[in-house]
Structure formats: structure tokens, C-alpha cells
Design a protein around this ligand. Structure first.
Ligand SMILES: Nc1ncnc2c1ncn2[C@@H]1O[C@H](COP(=O)(O)OP(=O)(O)OP(=O)(O)O)[C@@H](O)[C@H]1O
Ligand SMILES: [Mg+2]
Length: 507
């Protein structure tokens, strides 16, 4: 029933509800993406869990977000509860074996998992603007800020780097406007204020180093199973924009860093995007287009993206069209709008003459779904009413103690725990400001009749200094240039990456 080329999902049923056959996800189409939908409490998380288990067992690393904490149980051995054993019998899962999975816990806040960070330059102007909900003119300023950072060799790692850069830009607004177009003090000020709000929401933890190494979410164990990265997202969900932007960033990083591989026997990584509606809610068209593009292209890098959300209508049509493997749990249909949603969801399936899809969607039991996976030649299979298999790992959350233990024994333990604050824009600009102030002070001293410390014969040299420092800008610029000369190639790379970050590219 289960072989190495597929993942067992459950058993479809005949019109009289008797067993029909095993439903499977073909691993070679695992990179053709997927969709898990359904109303609250209908079985989405469990479906995600059994898919993640299947991928892990096949050696495919998985990344998923744990919105309510109930996915964490995947790290623990399951137990033979009656309703699970009964379900296993119904779907002819024999033997029904229990298993714990290799899980790495991550947390943007560093509380329920290893801290996960990105640098500002990796995030890039488009995603940052989205994160901060900037207006178009403000986004323009953000783009210019990144260009300036690039040209002047200012490394943008954390929020205080960006703050320092913006402060510097505000000071030089006139000069920069002449060079790049409109950079007004008010628009810079507005961005600075938004940045403060972001900081108060705890985003400061997220920006900085050591940034996440993609290789760490693509690990496999010695016995050939894919590691399951579980992102603790309960607290993160209080800032849905940060949640969505972070996952988008991760997806674009994968896209950037992984080589083209064409079609493989199985994916290199599978990425579950829970609460996927947050990604698209009032997102600007340019961003939706980029997401659509990344989803389309990431396939050939061997990455499968699975969106999880209540309703298929939450996903823009162009993205929806690319999601090949589908699991539709029950939807309610009380209001006309809900009824419309049910009809639309039904229309996305290849119909089955045995039943009416729209009616079936409203009648599905918990843990039952309409399933259509890609079959031979990548064609969607006829939709089937399918009882989803029970998980092998624990159903429900783990205890804080269990979590602590797993975190301590993790293969990345110690790698991300300490923040590294190397010299970047903040420190460089601070130094420059100080140099400029010193030069100014010196000039003032010169003007006020020379200092008591004048060195005989050196008047000329100090006089030169006086002329130069009368123009603060020039001093600052000279300092910046010296920084540009002194930054190593590794710094340059980091900045360029941010500018060319996939989602920022082509603007
Ligand atoms: N395949 C399954 N086998 C056995 N029980 C299941 C299965 N799927 C769901 N259940 C039962 O239904 C409950 C709810 O499922 P689940 O948590 O997956 O719903 P959900 O759609 O994720 O809900 P929410 O939208 O609230 O997160 C589970 O705790 C479990 O008891
Ligand atoms: Mg759930």
C-alpha cells in the first residue's frame, strides 16, 4: 500500500461509504504544490501533520508554522487512542505504527525554539515596505535608502542600522533629493516612526545576526529522514504582517539560494504556509504578482509549497491554479457568501460522477476531505471522498519540558542563541557623526582665535581642516568613502543580496 514513491493519505470511500482504495500523494509531484482547506476544526492541522510525517519519512525536510501549538506533537510518539485506532482500521492502515519525528523548533522571539533571524538587507525594500505598510512615496524612499546603503558600503543588519541610515538620510535630504529624486524629511520621518512601532512589537529580535542558514532547515537525519522545522507562531500571529512577511522572506531566500534541479523523484524541501490568507490580505498587486512568480518558479528548485487556509477563495486565482495536490475539508454554507465559496471550491476539482462535489463539501465529517492529488503525467485525479489517516506522532501539543529537551538536543543548539552585533551602518554612521562633530568643534576653536594648543608651524594644516570642516557634508562624505574602501567583499555581498533579493528584483 505504502511504497517509497508516495505518501499514504487515507482511504477514499464508495457512494455507500465502504472502502474504495488508498489515496496517495506521489512524491515526484510533491513539488507541484498543494492546498489544504476547510473550516475551523475540520481536520486541516492533522492533514498537515500526516503530510509532514510522510515527507519526513521519505527523507524530505519540511518547514511549517505551528499557529496554535498543536502541531508540536509531531515531535513525540503517538499513542493508541481508540478513535485513532478505529480510523486506522477504516483506512486499512495496517500495521498502525507510532513514531516520533526529528523536529527542530524555531521561534522569531527565541522563546519556544531557536531564534530565527534575517538581516535588513536580506529582507530587502519591497518586503520591508510591506511589513511596515508604507505608502508608495515612503516605499520610494525605502528603495533609495537601500541604494544609498549599497553605494556607501553601509551594512544593514538590524533595526538600529536602518534607523541610523534613515536619520542620516533625513539630514542629507536636499542633497539626496537632487541625486535620486524625492526624499522629503516628512516621508523619512514617517518611516522612522513606523520603525519604532515595529520595534515595540518585538520585531527587533528578528532582525540581525546570526541570520538563518537555509541549510539548517534542509537537514536530514542519519537514518535518512527529513528534519521537520516547526516555527512557533502563536505569539507571532499577533503580528500577522510580520508572520506573513517572514514566511515570504523565507520562501524568497529558498528561491534565491537553491539551484535549479528540474523534476526530481521527490522534493528537496516542502514548505507549509498555514493561515495563508494573511499573505494576500490587502497585499499590493506587485507583491501578489511576485508571490505568484516565486511559487511558479520555485518548483524547479525542488521546493513544494503547500498553502493551508480556511477557504480556497483566500488564495488569488493565479496562485491557486498552481496548487496541484488538494485536500478540501468541510466548509459551512449558511450564508449566501459561504454558499458561493462552497460552489467555487467545488469547481476547482475534477468532478466525480459518483457525487455532487458542492453537497459533499458541506457534509464531510471531521478528518474527512475531498482529495485530488496529481496522478500520472501530473494530471489532477478525479476528486474522492477520503477519510484521512491518523497520525503516527502525537495528536496535540507537547509540554514545555518536552520542548526544552528537544531544543537542547537539537542539531543547531548553540548556533543561533547569541546575537552577534558586528560593525554595521549604525556603528559606522555613529562614528562618522562623531568625527564630523569633532571636526566642527576644531573648526570652531580655530575661528575663535586659535586654540591654546596650537602647535607652532602647523597653522597651515589646521587651516585646511578648518576649510574642509566648514562643510560638514564633505567631511561625512570623505568618511563614508573611506568606509567603502575598507569594507571587505563579504560585506558587499550581503548588501547586494538584499538589493537583488528575489522579491525586490526587477523593481
Ligand atoms: N485524520 C484524522 N484522524 C483522526 N482524527 C482526526 C483526523 N483529523 C482530525 N481529527 C480530529 O479532529 C480534531 C480537529 O482537527 P484539526 O485540529 O486538524 O482541525 P483544524 O481544521 O486544524 O482546526 P482549526 O482551524 O481550529 O485549527 C483533531 O484534534 C482530531 O481529534
Ligand atoms: Mg488547525
Amino acid at each position: 500500500m505504502v511504497d517509497e514513491t508516495s505518501i499514504f493519505i487515507g482511504a477514499s470511500r464508495k457512494p455507500d461509504d465502504s472502502y474504495q482504495r488508498a489515496e496517495e500523494l506521489l512524491l515526484r509531484y510533491g513539488n507541484r504544490h498543494g492546498l489544504v482547506t476547510g473550516a475551523t476544526g475540520t481536520g486541516k492541522t492533522v492533514s498537515l501533520q500526516i503530510l509532514a510525517e510522510g515527507f519526513s519519512n521519505a527523507g524530505v525536510p519540511v518547514f511549517c508554522a505551528d499557529i496554535k501549538g498543536d502541531l508540536s506533537g509531531i515531535s513525540m510518539m503517538g499513542e493508541a487512542k481508540d478513535f485513532l485506532v478505529k480510523r486506522a482500521e477504516q483506512v486499512k492502515l495496517d500495521p498502525y505504527q507510532f513514531q516520533e519525528f526529528p523536529v527542530i523548533f524555531w521561534d522569531l522571539f527565541g522563546e519556544q525554539g531557536h531564534p530565527i533571524r534575517a538581516t535588513i538587507s536580506e529582507m530587502g525594500p519591497l518586503l520591508l515596505s510591506r511589513l511596515m505598510n508604507l505608502t508608495e512615496p515612503q516605499e520610494g524612499v525605502m528603495n533609495i535608502a537601500f541604494r544609498i546603503a549599497d553605494e556607501e558600503g553601509l551594512l544593514l543588519l538590524d533595526l538600529k542600522d536602518l534607523q541610523a541610515l534613515l536619520a542620516n538620510i533625513a539630514e542629507r535630504a536636499d542633497e539626496l533629493s537632487a541625486r535620486y529624486g524625492n526624499v522629503t524629511k516628512p516621508s523619512v520621518g514617517a518611516i522612522q516612526r513606523t520603525l519604532l512601532v515595529l520595534e515595540q512589537q518585538g520585531a527587533a529580535n528578528f532582525f540581525g545576526e546570526p541570520a538563518l542558514r537555509i541549510a539548517d532547515i534542509m537537514r536530514t537525519t542519519r537514518d535518512g529522514r527529513g528534519a521537520i522545522s516547526v516555527l512557533a507562531a502563536d505569539k507571532l500571529m499577533m503580528n500577522p504582517r510580520l508572520y506573513a512577511t517572514f514566511l515570504l522572506w523565507l520562501m524568497s531566500e529558498l528561491f534565491e539560494e537553491l539551484p535549479e534541479v528540474g523534476d526530481l523523484d521527490q522534493p528537496k524541501l516542502v514548505f507549509f504556509f498555514d493561515e495563508a490568507h494573511l499573505l494576500f490580505e490587502d497585499a499590493p498587486k506587485v507583491l501578489i504578482d511576485r508571490v505568484e512568480q516565486v511559487v511558479r518558479l520555485i518548483r524547479s528548485k525542488g521546493v513544494g509549497v503547500y498553502f493551508v487556509t480556511q477557504n480556497p477563495l483566500d488564495i488569488p486565482e493565479k496562485v491557486l491554479a498552481q496548487l496541484g495536490n488538494r485536500v478540501q475539508h468541510a466548509l459551512r454554507a449558511y450564508t449566501p457568501r459561504e454558499q458561493q465559496a462552497v460552489r467555487t471550491a467545488a469547481e476547482t476539482f475534477r468532478p466525480n460522477p459518483d457525487f455532487d462535489c458542492a453537497t459533499a463539501i458541506t457534509q464531510l465529517a471531521t478528518g474527512e476531505a475531498l482529495v485530488s492529488m496529481l496522478e500520472d503525467k501530473g494530471v489532477p485525479a478525479m476528486v474522492q471522498r477520503t477519510l484521512i489517516r491518523p497520525p503516527s506522532s502525537r495528536l496535540g501539543p507537547i509540554t514545555p519540558d518536552e520542548r526544552r529537551k528537544i531544543i537542547a538536543e537539537s542539531p543547531v543548539a548553540g548556533q543561533y542563541d547569541q546575537v552577534v552585533d558586528r560593525e554595521s551602518a549604525f556603528e559606522i554612521l555613529q562614528k562618522k557623526t562623531k568625527e564630523a562633530q569633532d571636526a566642527e568643534a576644531q573648526a570652531q576653536q580655530q575661528k575663535s582665535g586659535g586654540s591654546r594648543w596650537t602647535i607652532p608651524g602647523f597653522d597651515d594644516v589646521l587651516g585646511t581642516g578648518n576649510r574642509r570642516s566648514s562643510n560638514r557634508q564633505t567631511v561625512a562624505e570623505a568618511a563614508i568613502k573611506s568606509v567603502v574602501r575598507s569594507v571587505g567583499s563579504s560585506v558587499g555581498r550581503a548588501i547586494v543580496r538584499g538589493i537583488l533579493g528575489s522579491l525586490a528584483r526587477g523593481r
